[in-house]
Design a protein around this ligand. Sequence first.
Ligand code: IMP
Length: 425
Amino acid sequence: MKNTIVVGAQWGDEGKGKLVDVLAEQSDLVVRFNGGGNAGHTVMHDGETYKFHYMPSGMLHHKTCILGTGVVINPKDLLEEMESFTSSGHSPKLKISARAHVIFPHHQLIDAKEGGKIGTTGRGIGPTYSQKASRINLRMLDIIADDAEQRIKTALKDVKDMLVSEGILSEQDYNDYCSSVAVEYAKYGQHFKPFITDTEDLVRIASKSGQSVLFEGAQGTLLDLNYGTYPYVTSSSTLAAAAYVGGGAIPGVPIRILGITKAYTTRVGEGPFPTELHGEAATLLRETGHEYGATTGRPRRVGHLDLYALRYAIRISGIQELAMTKIDTLALVSGIKVCTAYKINDKVIDYFPADAPTLELVEPIYTEIDSISSLSREDWSKLKTGNKAALPESIRNYIKFIEDYVEIPISILSHGPERNETIVF
Ligand code: IMP
């Protein structure tokens, strides 16, 4: 299998974790390239449910997994995740980029104070990337250094004024924080030392020697810092292009770009959502699809499939094919519609609004879709032929409608959370 980039084509939570788990079987290396513990990948296998925030979903196949340079890491949370994975009988084969930035507790405190208006996950993601861009943050290579404690204390001096003046820590708390966090994080550094390396080298060597590398994106294209629904976005790039910058993918090496979309749309946190459902219809879809955030447990906002937004995401991320998840959920609800155009002030528009307040004004134009056939597990299992013609007519029509609109194929259909509930065409 050639190298593949997997990205979300909506606002995250599209089911990337499951798809990466499926694709990892035929990959040699799995690389995460953006985000941090804000991601929540749920993978079900053999009746067990695994929730990963950091570890690439390829872990379950015992593949070498990499946290690349574009990822931000809370070592405490990563350690807990690794320990829990180990105690369930697995041995993680993990490599961590020396250049990946470290999330400290003060980043989470800042996020808790300031992230409310965006509805962040509260994991300190924004403040970490922001201090990375300000060139005052520390990287994994700093916490494994012999003088790690000193480096941490020095870095904390740079943020002292801000922490104290904004009331995030008192002067006294700041002093206590400095000494305790320096010791604690230097200890994490010692723990992670064997895992930390120049991960781009591993990716380059694997790519050049014909191995197959799977790049796993976190969040979704519409949460991209540059092209998403700013300011209601995450703080990293979630596009396929980020696999090059943050994961070490090599320009020029042939690559497949797979976008993941649900059969409908969800979003967590604040921000425009033109096809959002409310009231009973929303409750029904949310409960049927178990739409609660894997990281925060928050109820997800739910809505009709927004093909107009999906096509925008496909174009800006360069997505070549789609995997569609949760078709089984859609089959259990009635009144299906898909949005095929946006109107503002009664005029159909031909662009995806960059301005969030303008996007709030959008009136979606819908096309009604026939109900989707609901199949039993047994019926689904008979459809493993990989042949779209074998699908029930209603599902075939839904897929065809989407493919015609977005002008790329749906090459994978997921009809349940388990690995084997997947049809590859
Ligand atoms: P942050 O990434 O925690 O800073 O949150 C910024 C926005 O991105 C918020 O609306 C979050 O709900 C959203 N977000 C972050 N990570 C995910 C994810 O993995 N799935 C869905 N939404 C996410």
